[in-house]
Design a protein around this ligand. Sequence first.
Ligand code: FES
Ligand SMILES: [Fe+2]
Length: 380
Amino acid sequence: MSLSTDFSGLRERVEHFDPERPLESSETPPSEWYTDTRLYELERESVFGRSWQYVGLTEWIAEVGEYFATDLGQDPILVVRAADEIVALSNVCRHRGGPLVRSGRGKVSSFSCLYHGWNYALDGKLRKAPEFEGVCDFDAKRVHLPRMRVASLGPFLFVCWSDETPDLEESLPGLAEHIGGLRLDHLVHSERRVYAVDCNWKVFVDNYLDGGYHVPVMHPDLSRSIDYAGYHCSLRDGWNLQLSPLRAAQADGAADSADVRHGEAAHYIWAWPNWMFNAYEDVLDINWVRPLGVDRCEIVFDYFFAADAKKSFIEESLRVAEQVQEEDREISEAVQRGLVSSRYDVGRYSVRRENGDHQFHQLLARALRAGIVRREGGTS
Ligand code: FES
Ligand SMILES: [Fe+2]
């Protein structure tokens, strides 16, 4: 099969979902969106290469030379505080692809490649390439680690590969104000945990954005602490907010998720394409859905609690979060198997519950269509 034949089939499957069709009459995207490696490759460029990606917290790099390293899909990157700016760089040496730093956090005055010792300044410029005299057409002064744009949203750091993507505030208008209004400044980062899930990254996002539809069925314990009838999702430009009124803990004294999920309402925020923000009173977790392949992803959780939270409260809260995560992992992996089945292709949306999923799929469809047009060299 020639590449172009291969590619035209993909275009047809991308266009099968019409983002202009209203929720009530729309079908969901076809299952190949979740199982086809060519579509996954298209997403790497048109979704993850062109959106703002959460990576961590500004406080991790408070001093000059402090850095943290992480992976954006299959791109190892590092984020460092240089003299007067935060810089995000590819953590892949220009010589032979070695790493500048191992994963995790640290502090350096410059980066020395762990393979043959090329040395880079904090802003990514090559300073020294040992034993490289006599190499033709090689100007060390022109060698630079690929650099990403960096922006912050409150304490959260985001990066973006593309220069064409609008600024973070323009991409997600009103999100910073909304989060600022939640008054969560008293919360401190407690820890990061990473959960592997054998499903396409979108299965996990879909599960998150179903407006609570799966909660009574999949999360019986969590379900007792939220008021399902009042749970609703409001759409914004590039993000959405699922608001769920909370119930008080049961008076019978039995352990209950409501013991660690206080406040008037849970605020579940999703921002295009793969960032989630879950806030209760005195509890916050950030979820970053990282694709690792067409049928594998990992969910990075950053947990935050009040500075004076009791150890027992934190432990119980983490237990509840992990129970919910385990329930979501199990159903997401089962859904991935369902999507591979030859007996399933497209579904429908609940108008009452699944407007958030529909918004996600509309944004996705537009990004994929634009990616196809770019691949075809500007023709539509
Ligand atoms: S790969 Fe970095 S110095 Fe060789
Ligand atoms: Fe869930």
